[in-house]
Structure formats: structure tokens, C-alpha cells
Design a binder for this molecule. Structure first.
Ligand code: ADP
Ligand code: MG
Ligand code: MG
Length: 213
């Protein structure tokens, strides 16, 4: 079993709502990973244990070149640690910010990678439900990796929980109707537009306007 003593922890890579992520090196093998650290207090406060368990079991079961690997996990008294594949290139969001928008060639390559990864997930009845540029990471060779399975679910039934991020929400989600894997496919169109144009198609000043658009 792993413990924090097996790792040398380096610089922070990013931070989400509940987790901070650090680059780390397994001391014996020198293998570089990313450690996602989540405080148990937060899990209890926001009742996220069920969701975190899903993230762990679902992501562990997925093995695809464009899906970020989750190698394992461990915990101590205060924290839960997820051992993740390290994505050296960081968020696709950052690359899009730096370039403004992508060439057709580059956009097509990312969309193809994402499409293959989603087809693989959907074949296993896994819906990601939070595809957006912050959750798409790039490895050292610029290959796209789907990350953050915190909203994912494995099911063949229609789902009812509203989740995801406003600019990427499918109409059925916006209207609070039952949804399925098609909500991930919707994001392919949104991202295709955003990659070529530089901002997502339904962006507006206020949330209500994005909903309406
Ligand atoms: P949350 O569920 O809190 O949104 P994420 O898993 O999305 O947490 O991680 C938050 C951020 O940390 C990501 O958007 C990214 O910038 C960074 N990050 C997460 N995992 C990795 C990784 N394996 N390699 C590099 N950066 C990562
Ligand atoms: Mg995230
Ligand atoms: Mg998450």
C-alpha cells in the first residue's frame, strides 16, 4: 500500500474546487506522477464521498491513450490522495489562452482525440459530464487526456442530476430533463467552435443569458 512517504512532492500543478494537485516522484522508481490531494473535512462538509468514490472507481477502470490514468489512491488521517498520470503540458485551457485560437489542423486533432476517448468511455457506459478545456490536459508530447471524472457516472439509465459547467451544458441539462451520454457529445460541438474561434458559442455576460442562448 502507498503512503505519502513513498513520494517526494514538488510544485503545485493546479487547483480545483476541492482538490489541489502536485507533481510528485515515487522515491524508489523515480516515476513522475501527479498527486491530487483532497481534505476529508471538505468531503464531509459537502457530502462528496459518493462522488469521490465514483471518480476513483470509474477512472481506475479506464485504459485509453486519451484518458488520464488513475493508478491508485491512499489516505492518511486528514487527506485522500489520488495517484494520477502526470500531464506535463497542463490544461488545454492554458494553451487556448496563449494562442487565442487554434488552426483547423490543431482543432481537428484535438477533436479527433476527444471523440475517440468519449466513444471508448460511452462503450463502457461511462458519461463524463464535465468536459471543458480545464479538464482536458496535455501530456509532454501534446496529446490530449480527459481528466477529472468527479461528475462521471457509469449507468445505462437516463440521469437526473444537473451538473457540469454552464458554457458546455447540453440543452436537456439546461432544461433539467433526464440526460444520457449525449451530453458529452454536445461538448464536442461547443469545443470545436471554441477551438477555432477562441471563446465558447453561448458565452454571455450573465448566467441567465448563457442559459437563454
Ligand atoms: P477538480 O476536480 O477539483 O476540478 P482536477 O482533477 O480537475 O480537480 O484538477 C485541478 C487542476 O489541476 C486541473 O485543471 C489541472 O490544471 C491540474 N491537474 C490535475 N491533474 C493533473 C495532472 N495529472 N497533471 C497535470 N496537471 C493536473
Ligand atoms: Mg476540474
Ligand atoms: Mg472534479
Amino acid at each position: 500500500d502507498w503512503s505519502i512517504n513513498d513520494f517526494e512532492v514538488g510544485r503545485p500543478l493546479g487547483k480545483g474546487k476541492f482538490g489541489r494537485v502536485y507533481v510528485a516522484r515515487e522515491t524508489k522508481t523515480k516515476y513522475i506522477v501527479a498527486l491530487k490531494v483532497i481534505f476529508k473535512e471538505q468531503i464531509e462538509k459537502y457530502k462528496l464521498l459518493h462522488q469521490l468514490k465514483r471518480e476513483m472507481t470509474i477512472q481506475t477502470s479506464l485504459h485509453h491513450p486519451h484518458v488520464l490514468r488513475l493508478y491508485g489512491w491512499f489516505h492518511d488521517a486528514e487527506r485522500i490522495f489520488l495517484i494520477l498520470e502526470y500531464a506535463h503540458g497542463g490544461e488545454l485551457y492554458g494553451e487556448l489562452q496563449r494562442s487565442g485560437h487554434f488552426s483547423e489542423q490543431k482543432a481537428a486533432t484535438y477533436i479527433a482525440s476527444l471523440t475517440h476517448a468519449l466513444a471508448y468511455c460511452h462503450e463502457k457506459h461511462v458519461i463524463h459530464r464535465d468536459i471543458k478545456p480545464e479538464n482536458l490536459l496535455l501530456d509532454h508530447e501534446g496529446r490530449l487526456k480527459i481528466a477529472d471524472f468527479g461528475w462521471s457516472v457509469q449507468s445505462t439509465n437516463k440521469r437526473r442530476t444537473m451538473c457540469g459547467t454552464l458554457d458546455y451544458l447540453a440543452p436537456e441539462m439546461v432544461e433539467n430533463r433526464p440526460h444520457d451520454y449525449a451530453v458529452d457529445n454536445w461538448t464536442l460541438g461547443v469545443l470545436c467552435y471554441e477551438f477555432l474561434y477562441g471563446s465558447p458559442p453561448f458565452e454571455a455576460d450573465g448566467q441567465a443569458d448563457t442559459f437563454r442562448r
